[in-house]
Design a protein around this ligand. Structure first.
Ligand code: AMP
Ligand code: GLY
Length: 426
C-alpha cells in the first residue's frame, strides 16, 4: 500500500515511523511534512487546509491507497468526508464526529445528556450573562473558548480578577477569534493527590463499534520545569501513566469510553479513528477534561513506539469496521519523549538555526519544526525535535533520553529537565 499522512509535526513523523515498520506498506508520503518525514516519506508540498488543493492532488495520484488525517483543523473542516466521497480510504473521523473536539460546548452537552462524568458547567454566548455567572460562582473557575484555538483557549483562573480579565479577553477582545463566540465556564476540578489534578491521556482506536484503549501517557504542557511558564503544545510526554491501574481502566471503559462511542452513535455521529480522552483523577472520581478527535502530540511519540501490532493493520481494521476481530498488543516497559525547543517558544523565536546531532545511542529523534536549507538541517518552528527513548521503566528511559539530548544543539535551544517526573506513586 501507498499511504499519505497529513500534518507537519512530531506526531506525524511518529505515525510515519510506525507505518514504516509495516510489511503492508510500500511507499509513504507526508503532506507537507518536515526534514524528518522526508527521510522516510516523500514530502508533498500542498496546503492541507486547502480542501480543493488536496482533492486535486488525490485525483492526480490514484496510486495512493490510504490517507491518514492527523491534525484537528483539517478534520474539523471535513477533509475525511471529502476524500471518502472521492472513494479514498482514510483514517480519521468525519466532520460530524470531529465536532467532539471542535466544539467544547457540544462535547459538554453530549456528556451531560449521556451521563459521562465531567466538570459541572454552563454555556454562554452573551458576555454580560457570562460575567454575572463568573461573579456568582467565584474563583477558582475554568474558562474555555468553544472552538479550536491551537490548544490555547482554556484559562484556569485562580482569582476572580483573572476570570474577569479572561472573559473579556475571550468574549470581547476575541483573543481566539471566532472560537470565542461561545464560552464554556466550568468548575475547577481538584486532584485526588496533586494540585492541579492528575491528568492522563488515553488515546483509543475505534471503528464506531469496538473501542480499544492504547497504552496510557501523560504530557507536560508548561514551558518551564516544575510546570512553570506558559502553556505550550507540549514539552514532553511519557508512557505509561504511573497512577493507571487495571481497575481504573475497567472503570474508564465502562463509565466513559464505551458510553462515549455509544452516545456518538445515538446522535448519528459515528466516530472512526483515534478518539483521545483527556482525563483527570479527581477527589470526586475520574472525569473527562477534554476529547480530541485525533492522536495527541507529543503523546503519540511515546505511545506508538510501544505498539507491537502492525499499525497499518489496525488502521485498515478501523476503516473496514473489523477492529473487534484483531488483537492490539503493547510492549511492557516505558517510553519518554523530551521536546527540544527554540529559545523564546511559545512566544517569539528565531528560525533557520543549524542543528547539530551527535551520538544519540538507540534513541529515536522525531522531527517537528525542522527543514533542510542548503543541505543543512535547520530549525523551522518552536518545537523542533523530540528525543524518544524506551527503557525498562520511566527512570531508565528518562536517563537515556537526557543523555542523547545533551548531544544535540543549536543556538538558543532549550528543554525541560523534568520530563517524566510527575505522579510518582508511593
Ligand atoms: P483542555 O484544552 O480542555 O485539555 O484544557 C487544558 C488544560 O486545562 C487541561 O489539561 C487541564 O490541565 C486544565 N483544565 C481544563 N479543564 C479543567 C477543569 N475543569 N479543572 C481544572 N483544570 C482544568
Ligand atoms: N497533548 C495534547 C494534545 O495533543 O492536544
Amino acid at each position: 500500500m501507498n499511504v499519505l499522512v497529513i500534518g507537519n509535526g512530531g506526531r506525524e513523523h511518529a505515525i510515519l515511523l510506525a507505518l514504516k515498520k509495516s510489511p503492508k506498506v510500500d511507499k509513504l508520503y507526508c503532506m507537507k511534512g518536515n526534514a524528518g518525514t522526508a527521510e522516510i516519506a516523500e514530502n508533498v508540498d500542498v496546503d492541507y487546509m486547502n480542501i480543493e488543493a488536496v482533492k486535486a492532488f488525490a485525483a492526480d495520484h490514484p496510486e495512493i491507497d490510504y490517507y491518514v488525517v492527523a491534525p484537528d483543523d483539517p478534520l474539523a473542516l471535513g477533509l475525511v468526508d471529502e476524500l471518502e466521497n472521492m472513494g479514498k480510504r482514510c483514517f480519521g473521523p468525519r466532520k460530524n464526529a470531529a465536532i467532539i473536539e471542535s466544539s467544547k460546548a457540544y462535547a459538554k452537552r453530549l456528556m451531560k445528556k449521556y451521563n459521562i462524568p465531567t466538570a459541572e458547567y454552563e454555556i454562554f454566548d452573551d458576555y454580560e450573562r457570562a460575567l454575572a455567572y463568573v461573579r456568582k460562582k467565584g474563583a477558582p473557575i475554568v474558562l474555555k473558548a468553544d472552538g479550536l484555538a491551537l490548544g490555547k483557549g482554556v484559562l484556569v483562573c485562580k482569582t476572580l480578577k483573572e476570570a474577569e480579565d479572561g472573559l473579556k479577553e475571550i468574549m470581547l477582545d476575541r483573543a481566539f477569534g471566532a472560537a470565542g463566540n461561545v464560552i464554556v465556564i466550568e468548575e475547577c476540578l481538584r486532584g485526588l493527590k496533586y494540585d492541579p489534578g492528575e491528568e492522563v491521556s488515553v488515546l483509543s482506536f475505534t471503528d464506531g463499534k469496538t473501542i480499544v484503549p492504547m497504552i496510557t501517557s501523560c504530557d507536560h504542557k508548561r514551558a518551564q520545569d516544575g510546570d512553570k511558564g506558559l502553556n505550550t503544545g507540549g514539552m514532553g510526554a511519557f508512557s505509561p501513566c504511573p497512577f493507571w491501574t487495571e481497575e481504573l481502566e475497567k472503570e474508564v471503559l465502562q463509565k466513559i469510553m464505551i458510553p462515549t462511542v455509544n452516545a456518538l452513535n445515538s446522535e448519528g455521529r459515528t466516530f472512526k479513528g483515534c478518539l483521545y480522552f483527556g482525563l483527570m483523577r479527581t477527589d470526586k472520581g475520574i472525569k473527562v477534561v477534554e476529547f480530541n478527535s485525533r492522536f495527541g502530540d507529543p503523546e503519540t511519540q511515546v505511545v506508538l513506539p510501544m505498539l507491537k501490532t502492525d499499525l497499518m493493520e489496525i488502521f485498515e481494521a478501523v476503516t473496514d469496521g473489523r477492529l473487534g476481530d484483531i488483537k492490539v498488543e503493547w510492549e511492557s516497559g516505558a517510553c519518554v519523549c523530551v521536546v527540544l525547543a527554540s529559545g523564546g517558544y511559545p512566544l517569539g523565536y528565531a528560525k533557520g538555526k543549524e542543528i547539530k546531532i551527535g551520538d544519540v545511542g538507540d534513541c529515536t529523534i522525531v522531527h517537528a519544526g525542522t527543514a533542510v536549507r542548503d543541505g543543512k538541517l535547520v530549525t523551522n518552528g518552536g518545537r523542533v525535535l523530540g528525543v524518544v527513548a524506551k527503557g525498562e521503566n520511566i527512570e531508565s528511559a528518562r536517563v537515556k533520553a537526557y543523555s542523547a539530548a545533551a548531544n544535540i544543539g543549536w543556538e538558543n535551544m532549550f528543554y525541560r529537565k523534568d520530563i517524566g517526573i510527575k505522579y510518582r506513586e508511593g
